[in-house]
Ligand binder design. Structure first.
Ligand code: G6P
Length: 443
């Protein structure tokens, strides 16, 4: 059988060695022949550095994979079997604005949660739609594995507005499994978590080790201060009474909702004179160091320093998912897929994050049914925000955008919603073709 062609959109990302490592490790079961790393001309210098490392990694591993570095997205997509997306429109500079603008109004400043996630979605939607146009035309059978944030929301855009076969993916669920394994001091393959919710708003409704329910044991450990977070989220400790009455495992991102005031304070402290800056500003520094390391032409594997980023285990998640599709494995993966009645109380056509059986026809979510009122309010509130954001971003509809912002659980009032929205539109004007006439009115 002919080897597979993979196109990685946003190939110049400092995360690329992660995904290359994943393809190398699974080459015995996933016959990848070509990996096309695509970036925009402004990102070419990064692509050249990280691409050269990718070539050295492949050579060192002795696998027959051709690495192609290109700015020609259409050529990369043409006849691809899998397209993965890991791009960030506007780069880290735009992310820093997403983080700083809300803090002016004492609202959480985060790249995927709250108004920051809204801004990132607005910039990403026009681009993901162009990419999907290319896939429909040049690789209609390809699977799109979307990792671009806000991952659930962007997957919903593709699901609702294109004919592309898409599965959204995040490293949080796999990261939680590894962290729980660490806390319990067992091998991660013995741990299974039933996940339910939305991307970056997912709960572990049950934690099992070798099939035995250990949810309460994990909650006790968390109450005692065990760490369960990602590199990009401060490890604020959980209230034990709250955890016990919740009876479920929150994800690291839940701190933004359940500990909103403390998280905002933490962020505001970081941007004070002499503080460490927003996460994007910290990542800029980490990236500088990473690209220096990548330049070393004796380096032939993914360097340790990449662990300073929040996206750990991304390659595991992405490549094992691709392998499950290609090899028709009927394996369980936690993915972002169309609800289709899986969670009762949400529309059929929205995207949720749940455990699904993955085979060559796609991801088939395992039925969840009714969910507890402890979590459905938050899920429905954030999902309403996401639905409105999707529509606003695709249509360039200001009224819809205002409704999205106003309904978000982390936005306190319509007055603040409006200020945030106008600031976001003005600050992102070069990336928002869909809002140009409104932006002209505003400036
Ligand atoms: C987490 C999230 C990813 C996000 C990453 C950011 O792992 O799940 O969606 O992209 O963190 O990490 P960074 O190092 O860029 O702050």
């Amino acid at each position: 059988m002919a080897g597979l062609k993979i196109a990685v959109i946003g190939g110049g990302s400092s995360y690329t060695p992660e995904i290359i490592e994943g393809f190398i490790n699974r080459h015995h079961e996933l016959p990848v022949k070509e990996i096309h790393l695509v970036d925009i001309p402004e990102g070419m210098w990064k692509l050249e550095i990280v691409g050269a490392l990718a070539k050295r990694m492949v050579a060192r591993a002795g696998v027959d994979i051709e690495i192609v570095l290109t700015t020609n997205r259409r050529a990369a997509i043409e006849k691809a079997d899998f397209v993965t997306t890991q791009f960030r429109v506007g780069g880290l500079a735009a992310r820093a604005k997403d983080e700083r603008i809300p803090l002016k109004y004492d609202v959480l400043g985060q790249e995927t949660t709250g108004p920051g996630g809204f801004a990132k979605a607005m910039r990403t939607i026009p681009v993901i739609l162009e990419i999907c146009n290319d896939i429909e035309e040049l690789a209609p059978n390809a699977w799109l594995i979307n990792f671009t944030n806000p991952a659930g929301l962007i997957t919903e855009v593709v699901q609702k507005y294109t004919n592309v076969k898409v599965i959204g993916l995040c490293n949080v669920p796999i990261g939680m499994v590894k962290m729980v394994a660490n806390i319990l001091e067992v091998e991660s393959k013995r741990v299974k978590i039933d996940f339910v919710g939305l991307n970056h708003l997912v709960w572990g409704s049950k934690v099992l080790v070798d099939g035995e329910d250990v949810t309460q044991i994990v909650l006790n450990k968390l109450s005692d201060g065990a760490a369960l977070t990602m590199k990009n989220i401060p490890d604020l400790k959980w209230d034990s009474e709250f955890l016990n009455s919740l009876g479920m495992l929150p994800c690291p991102y839940h701190r933004y909702f359940y500990m909103m005031e403390d998280m905002v304070k933490d962020q505001q402290k970081a941007i004070e004179e002499g503080g460490k800056g927003t996460r994007a500003e910290q990542v800029l520094e980490v990236e500088k160091g990473l690209f220096e390391v990548y330049k070393d032409d004796t380096l032939q594997e993914k360097p340790q320093q990449l662990e300073k980023r929040g996206g750990a285990y991304y390659s595991d998640a992405a490549v094992s998912l691709i392998s499950a599709i290609h090899n028709n494995k009927k394996q369980l993966h936690v993915v972002n897929v169309k609800n289709n009645g899986t969670i009762i109380g949400l529309p059929k056509d929205v995207v949720i994050e749940v455990t699904a059986v993955v085979d060559k026809t796609g991801a088939h979510p395992i039925q969840v049914g009714e969910i507890s009122p402890k979590i459905y309010g938050l899920i429905q509130g954030v999902k309403a925000f996401e639905e409105l954001t999707v529509e606003a971003g695709v249509k360039g509809d200001y009224q819809m955008a205002l409704q999205a912002m106003a309904v978000h659980p982390l936005v306190p009032s319509v007055t603040v919603a409006k200020k945030l929205l106008d600031d976001i539109l003005i600050e992102n004007k070069e990336y928002l073709p869909q809002f140009q006439s409104k932006i002209q009115e505003l400036i």
